[in-house]
Unconditional design. Structure first.
Length: 272
């Protein structure tokens, strides 16, 4: 049962709609884990109940297990335990550990290596900054070359107009748990940072294969260069009914050209 005060418990659980396309990669564990939480089980206990036998390689523990003054990422690296709060943010973080365990362990190793090299500072270096951004807000794209070209150019008219039928041959998978949390209550401007590494076509929906591929891709030198391109995810065909309207993509505040500055990764919250 929960050992936290009612005020500390997230109230948005009923808003999760598991039929949304962006949650399909988490369908194996998400609904049943949320059901355990709904019965009164604490979030870390519910995640552990679903993690058993799946080779996740970590245990989920209450937030109180994290000693005062100890870096979150360092604690995970040292103990194999993930401090977890009673909220949707940490719930989705746990589900991402279940779905992408090799990649999450890779990100944690890289974070620990950066901490060992540079210490914990008020401002992260470029690698830790990118690792945090990846963990919180990254998406992965498997798509034909012409979609990729339009996305990298931020040619929204081409990406969502002339090339709209090509999205039937694409798969967009959300990795960042903060991104998934935001989409519990969707709004038009939610933007993912799409990792520019192109997911191989042969992986289909074998999520373990996606995890294996991604875990071998991430390198500090590449991450330091911020290998991301922005994508307002509710513009993806089939992801949001409103994007069928002719004027949906005419909103320059969301679908900006490549010459307009965007939210800087260093403004992201900590890797929780």
């Amino acid at each position: 049962m929960r050992d936290v005060s009612p005020a500390a418990v997230d109230t948005r659980w009923p808003a999760i709609d598991w039929s949304r396309p962006w949650l399909s990669p988490l369908a194996a564990w998400g609904p049943t884990t949320a059901d355990l939480v709904a019965t009164g089980m604490a979030v870390p206990a519910a995640l552990n109940a679903r993690a058993g036998g799946h080779g996740v390689g970590v245990r989920f523990v209450p937030q109180a297990a994290l000693p005062q003054g100890t870096a979150y990422e360092q604690f995970i690296f040292d103990t194999g335990c993930v401090p977890t709060r009673e909220n949707l943010h940490d719930f989705f973080n746990g589900l991402c550990w279940l779905r992408f365990p090799r990649t999450k362990r890779c990100l944690n190793r890289l974070q620990a290596a950066e901490i060992a090299s540079m210490g914990v500072q008020g401002v992260r270096g470029p690698v830790r900054d990118a690792l945090t951004l990846f963990d919180e807000n990254a998406a992965l794209l498997q798509a034909p070359d012409d979609l990729w070209d339009a996305l990298r150019a931020r040619d929204w008219a081409q990406l969502f107009g002339a090339l709209r039928p090509r999205w039937a041959q694409a798969r967009l998978v959300l990795f960042g748990h903060a991104l998934l949390e935001k989409l519990v209550t969707p709004y038009k401007s939610i933007t993912a940072h799409v990792y520019v590494g192109r997911v191989p076509a042969g992986l289909e929906e074998d999520w373990a294969a996606w995890d294996d591929w991604l875990a071998t891709c991430l390198r500090p030198d590449e991450l330091a260069c911020k290998p991301f391109t922005p994508l307002p995810v509710l513009g993806v065909p089939g992801w949001w009914p409103a994007n069928e309207a002719p004027g949906f993509y005419a909103d320059d505040a969301v679908f900006r050209s490549s010459g307009v500055a965007r939210h800087h990764p260093s403004k992201m919250e900590s890797s929780r």
